[in-house]
Design a protein around this ligand. Sequence first.
Ligand code: TMP
Length: 236
Amino acid sequence: MDRILYEGKSKIIYEGEDENSYIIRFKDTATAFNGVKKEEIPEKGRLNAEISNLLYEYLEENGIKTHLIKVIDETTILVRKAEIVMVEVIIRNLAAGSFSKKYGVPEGTPLANTVVEFSLKSDELGDPMINDSQITALKIATAEELKEMSEQAKKINELLSGLFLKAGIILVDFKLEFGRAGKEIILCDEISPDSCRFWDANTKEKLDKDRFRRDLGNVTEGYKEVLRRLKDVIGV
Ligand code: TMP
C-alpha cells in the first residue's frame, strides 16, 4: 500500500494515484466518547465502506458532488483530494443523542423543522458545538460556504430519508463532512451506521453505532441489516 498521510479513529488516508487523489481505507476500529471507548468490531470496515459507497453513488446520481472516484476493494476507495472544512454538519429529523440530553427532550420526539447544527472538528476540544457567526469569526469557513454546506446537507437529508424509508428505516440524524476541491464544495468522509442514527421504522430498534456506544450488543448484525435492506431498495 502507498504511504500513510494520516490515520484517524476509523479510517486511514494514503497517498492517491496522483496529486489530485487520496486512497481511504475503512478500519474495523470503533470509538465513542472522543476515543475513550475503543473496540475492534468484526467486518465494520467492509460494511461501512459498502454502505457509504452505495449511498455516495446514489447521491451522485441525484446531483450531489462527492469525493468518491472509484471503489478499489471491499475496504478501500479512491477519492478526490479535498481540503476538509473543519466543521461537522449535523442534521436532525427526530430528537436523539446529544440533542435529547442537552435540551431535555425524549428520544424520538418529532421536530417542527429539520435541525442543522455545526460542531468544530477538534478531537482535542471534543468537537464542541459552534454557530455560524463563530465559524465565520474564526475564519473556519465563509458565510457562502456555510450556506452551500447547509443547502447540500438538507438536500442529502431529503434524498436519504426517502431512500431509507423505502427500506423500512428512519434516518433519525446524521453527520456530514465537506471539503474544498478547486472551486467546489464536495461531500467527503463517509455516510454509514457510524455517522447516522438508523431506527427500524416499525419496532424503532437501533441499527447503528448506538449499539456500540450504549453496549446494546450485536453491532455487526445491525450494520449488516442496514446493508441488506439498502441493497434491496437500490437493487444491487
Ligand atoms: P449526537 O446526538 O451525539 O450529537 O450525534 C448526532 C449524529 O452525529 C449521530 O447520527 C451520530 C453522528 N456522530 C458522528 O458521526 N460522530 C461523532 O463524533 C458524534 C458525536 C456523532
